[in-house]
Ligand binder design. Structure first.
Ligand code: GUN
Ligand code: FE
Length: 447
C-alpha cells in the first residue's frame, strides 16, 4: 500500500458561501488532521479522532505524520484572473486602463515573442504564486502561442492545476501583437489539442476584450467553444467607464457590454469575466441565468481607478464570484492582500466583507467560479490535496496584534489585513511540499 500522509495543525475550509450558509459555511478543526493518500484528501477531522483510527487501520511505517503546531492550514488559494506577461510591470505609474494598456502592458507583452524569455518569466511567475500560497490560477498569456507553451510546460513539471490561454486580438493593438481571426483560431486549436485536459492543465479561449477583437474573431472564439465544450472562455468585462463607452461605439447593435459577448455566443458556464464593475441589471441577470462567472480584482480596480465592484448584486443573484489579483494592473500576488483591498471596496459601499468571505472567495469560491468544486477548493474527500500552511507569527507586528485577537474571526481578519507572502510557511501540491519559506521564525513568537 502507498504511504499515508497526515498533516496536523489548525485546519479551516469552506463547504459553502458565508453569504448563504453563515456560520455553517466553514469547518474549523483546532488541532485537526488532514489525511492524504495518493495526492488526494482521504479524511479530515480532529487529530484526537483521526490518529487513533489510522493507527488501528495501518501499520506505523505506512503513516507519515507532519505537525504544524499553532499554524493555520487552508486549501490552496485560487487566483481567477492574472496576466503572466505583466509580472515584471506591476506598479506602472499614473494611468487608467486604456492608456495603461498602450503605454505599459502592450510593450511588455511584446517581449514574449522570445520563447526563452517566456520560459524564464513563467518560472518566476509560478515561484511567486507558490510563495503566496496560490496553487491554481486562470492565466492570460500573450498573443504568442509560445507564452502558453512555456507556462504550461513549467506548470506541468510542477504538477499544478492551471488554466491558461493565448490572447486573441486582431484590432486596436500594435501590429506585432495582432493576430487575425483565422490564425488565432488555428493557434488556439493547436494549443487546445496539445494541452487541454493533459495532467492538471486546462485551456481557456482568451479574447483580450471586446475592443481588441473584430466580430469575425469573436465568431472564431464561439467556434472553438462549440468544438471543445469543456474549455474555458476568459476575457475582460466592464472595467473602466471609457472602455464601456468605446465598446458601445464599436458594437452599436449590442444591447450592452455583456451583450457583445452574448450575441457572439460566448456567455455560458465556464466563461469567466474579469472585473464586471459597471453592469446594468440586465447584464447581472444574464450572468446569473447563464451560470457564467465573475473575477473580482480588487487591487487592480483601485490601482487603475476603475470603480467599485458590486459584490452584493452578484450575491443576490447567486452569480459565481472568485477573486483575481489581475497582476500587473493588480499590485500584489497575495490573495490575502487581494482580500484586504476587497474589504475596503465593500466599505466604500457601506457593505461588510468578513475574513470568512475573503477566505471563501480565495478558495471554494474560486473553485466554484472555475467550475472545479469537488476537484480543488476545499478538503472534501477525494479533492486534490493542494494546501497552504499559514504562520500567525510571520511578522513581529502580526504576532503582537494577534495577542489581542480573541475569536477565530479576529485572527483570520488580522491575517487578511496584515498578512502577505511572509505568512505562507509552506505550500503543498498533491500532498507534497512545493514551497517552504526559509529563515524562520524571524523573531520570538509571542502567542
Ligand atoms: N482589459 C484588456 N486588457 C487588459 C489588461 O491587460 N489588464 C486589465 N486590467 N484590463 C484589461
Ligand atoms: Fe486583466
Amino acid at each position: 500500500a502507498n504511504k499515508i500522509r497526515v498533516i496536523c495543525g489548525d485546519i479551516l475550509d469552506f463547504v459553502d458561501d458565508p453569504a448563504v450558509a453563515g456560520d455553517k459555511a466553514y469547518r474549523y478543526f483546532e488541532q485537526g488532521a488532514l489525511v492524504i493518500q495518493d495526492g488526494k484528501v482521504a479524511d479530515l477531522g480532529f487529530e484526537r479522532d483521526i490518529l487513533p483510527s489510522l493507527a488501528l487501520a495501518y501499520p506505523d511505517q505506512l503513516i507519515d505524520t507532519k505537525r504544524y503546531t499553532g499554524r493555520l492550514i487552508i486549501p490552496g488559494m485560487i487566483d481567477t484572473h492574472i496576466h503572466l506577461p505583466q509580472t515584471e510591470m506591476i506598479g506602472a505609474y499614473g494611468e487608467q486602463l486604456l492608456t495603461w494598456l498602450t503605454e505599459y502592458a502592450f510593450p511588455t507583452e511584446k517581449k514574449f515573442a522570445d520563447e526563452d524569455y517566456a520560459r524564464q518569466v513563467s518560472q518566476r511567475f509560478i515561484d511567486e504564486l507558490l510563495r503566496n500560497g496560490t496553487t491554481s490560477a486562470l492565466v492570460f498569456g500573450t498573443v504568442h502561442p509560445q507564452s502558453v507553451n512555456a507556462f504550461f510546460s513549467e506548470a506541468q513539471q510542477r504538477k499544478l492545476r492551471m488554466i491558461a490561454g493565448k490572447v486573441m486580438m486582431d484590432r486596436n493593438c500594435p501590429e506585432d501583437l495582432s493576430d487575425c481571426p483565422e490564425s488565432s483560431y488555428q493557434d488556439s486549436k493547436a494549443l487546445i489539442e496539445k494541452w487541454h485536459n493533459v495532467d492538471r492543465l486546462s485551456y481557456a479561449v482568451t479574447p483580450r476584450f471586446a475592443p481588441t477583437s473584430s466580430p469575425e474573431q469573436l465568431a472564431k472564439c464561439t467556434q472553438l467553444l462549440e468544438e471543445y465544450p469543456d474549455v474555458y472562455l476568459h476575457t475582460h468585462l466592464s472595467e473602466n467607464k471609457d472602455e464601456c463607452a468605446w465598446v458601445k461605439e464599436l458594437f452599436p447593435e449590442s444591447e450592452d457590454y455583456l451583450g457583445v459577448y452574448e450575441d457572439a455566443g460566448l456567455v455560458r458556464r465556464r466563461s469567466v469575466f474579469a472585473h464586471s464593475i459597471h453592469l446594468a441589471e440586465r447584464e447581472l441577470d444574464c450572468l446569473a441565468k447563464t451560470q457564467a462567472s465573475v473575477s473580482h480584482c480588487s487591487t487592480s480596480n483601485l490601482f487603475l481607478g476603475s470603480g467599485l465592484f458590486n459584490l452584493k448584486a452578484c450575491e443576490k443573484r447567486g452569480i459565481h464570484v472568485g477573486m483575481g489579483t489581475d497582476v500587473g494592473a493588480g499590485t500584489s500576488f497575495s490573495m490575502l492582500q487581494t482580500g484586504n483591498e476587497a474589504y475596503k471596496i465593500q466599505q466604500l459601499q457601506g457593505e461588510k466583507f468578513s475574513a470568512f468571505k475573503g477566505l471563501y472567495l480565495a478558495t471554494l469560491g474560486g473553485a466554484r467560479a472555475l467550475d472545479l468544486e469537488g476537484t480543488i477548493g476545499n478538503f472534501n474527500t477525494g479533492c486534490e490535496a493542494d494546501f497552504v500552511v499559514l504562520d500567525y507569527q510571520a511578522t513581529p507586528f502580526l504576532s503582537f496584534r494577534l495577542k489581542e485577537a480573541k475569536t477565530l474571526h479576529e485572527r483570520l481578519f488580522a491575517i487578511m489585513m496584515l498578512g502577505d507572502d511572509r505568512c505562507i510557511e509552506a505550500t503543498y501540491i498533491l500532498g507534497e511540499k512545493a514551497y517552504k519559506r526559509d529563515g524562520q521564525p524571524q523573531f520570538k513568537p509571542t502567542l
